[in-house]
Design a protein around this ligand. Sequence first.
Ligand code: GLA
Length: 681
Amino acid sequence: MKVVTNNIRFATIIGLFISFSLMEINHLSAQTVWLDQLDLSAATQGYGVPKKNKSVDGKVMTIKGKTFERGFGTHAESSLLILLDGKATSFTAQVGIDDEIAGHEPASEFVIYGDGKKLWSSGIMRLGDAAIPCSVPLVGIKKLELVVTDGGNGNYYDHADWADAKFETTGVDTFITYNPVASEPYILTPPPPAWPRINGASVFGARPGSPFQFLVPVTGDRPITFSATGLPPGLKIDSKTGIITGKLSKTGTFVVALTAKNAKGKAEKKLRIVCGDRIALTPPMGWNSWNCFAQEVSADKVKRAADAMVKSGLINHGWTYINIDDFWENNRDSKDQSLRGEFRDEAGNIIPNSRFVDMKSLANYVHDLGLKIGLYSSPGPWTCGGCVGSYGHEKQDAESYAKWGFDYLKYDWCSYGNVIDGLPNNDPYKVSSLSYNGGSELNTAIKPFKVMGEYLRQQPRDIIFSVCQYGMSDVWKWGDSVNGNCWRTTNDITDTWTSVKNIALDQDKSAPYAKPGNWNDPDMLVVGTVGWGNSHPSKLKPDEQYLHISLWSLFSAPLLIGCDMEKLDDFTLNLLTNDEVIAVNQDPLGKQASCMHTIGDLRIYVKELEDGSRAIGFCNFGLEIVNLAYKDFEKIGLNGMYQVRDLWRQKDIENIDTKTGQLALKIPAHGVLLYKFTSVK
Ligand code: GLA
């Protein structure tokens, strides 16, 4: 009996041992890890916050009527990085656009990258497409990135679901999600000295007969006394404010010697005033209401932005335009009564909405501060936000803008897709959302801008013409012919890394077309407190913001601050007041940088400057720090001895012989080194 009992005990022990071991083997072999079990907060996305088991709007995930209990609800542009360390064998999911945005026209592409290589993509998906199954082998992959792009039509309503998403693993029960880009803000721009320094553009274009206004931007302790010698007849400078006003009657180039004096010292600088046909000889710099206020803009907010431009000191660095975007007009279907009212008077003149009762006095207010003011419209019957556009009233509108005293017009394609010549029964006033496809016919694409461009030129004011049609029909090739001063080359920017990166990588094709008076516009800046009516600090990390401002400067892009000017923090202010960086943007030669050398994720952008030097951006688009001894100088057009200056730090680094020397580069993930190379004998 005893033996039997002992045998039973032995068998039980062996049995337990075997089952424990099997559990252990099971544990170490296949195990499923659901995507929703990971920390999704590391994801970056264009709108909202990453949602676990819900759509981005917090509803049950639904793709073409099919519901899903588990997954990751996000919004383009979206990126989630996962450290797999070779411990996943596969990833499966059902991807698609969530039904919650019925009535809109979203488009997105789901893309999976493994160790930097594209492993899978869904192709462009639209609302109503059935979920696409994805199944990706991952053996050996260390780092995985789940990306949702905007599908090429901007990221409007791109509510994207990674549904039923899970990993098969080699026996781990979770993975770490991460974002390797540092988040602590750090200040690089040294404070300006107490003595005067004259900043901003050194060339300014005006047309004969137009009211002239140019503020000499100067940093340094106040009071400052301004003077100018060599001013052409018709112009005078206000010695207290430094604002040059008047009217030029003769064309020609006039070199003016500017002086600014205060208790600590004196500064001098030459300003070239070119009176002729062309304006915007350097890229426009200023602020625009859209990226912060969107449909909430009002005259009061515009005035406060202008006041903040002065109070913050930004005005002393060349920031000039205060631009009102959409929603100063009356709206077609808003429930907000302040946006409802007659679109036009009996004679057809546009009537601003009740938030903008007196456009002329608003313009005067902004001009009195030494700033300029801009406005927005569409060649179609409706703007993108459903306010009334200029269709059929272009001449009257141009006249109204001039009469009110406006200096800038952003003219946005929007519903013009409904106004296609030769399409019978096409009702231009029919309500539709953005239409991008109408611009494929070149004449159709050009016509509405030509019409407004000509009417603006007929006005007795210099009005910068900003063409906005998201880069259709190679606008950079014909924008000048319609009197355009700048033209958007992209869809709308958002404050996400993917948005800024994709826009940046797309700029080389239009680069050769930039010149004084004609600028490629990769859209407005997304630094500071932004949010299109839902204000939040820019989601771009500090290094991404340095890269953004460096690239937009190298690109000779219009610099339009898109943030709430009353909420400027030290970091943002510092980012926007580096005069050496701004000087790259405002360089009178007017060339646009392009990428001349690529090493992995490092792209080197070179911009020729008027004095023969070069601004060079070493831009790290990757997730690893770049540590490199750079010596391929001939690839970036350098040959000889150069003095190298770090523009963000405003510090000379070293002199380098490009034949024998090496430049030590250490560039953070998504970061930049912006250097100036000046030839030395
Ligand atoms: C479009 C433009 C934006 C903004 C909005 C206003 O989306 O691209 O920059 O002007 O319209 O509705």
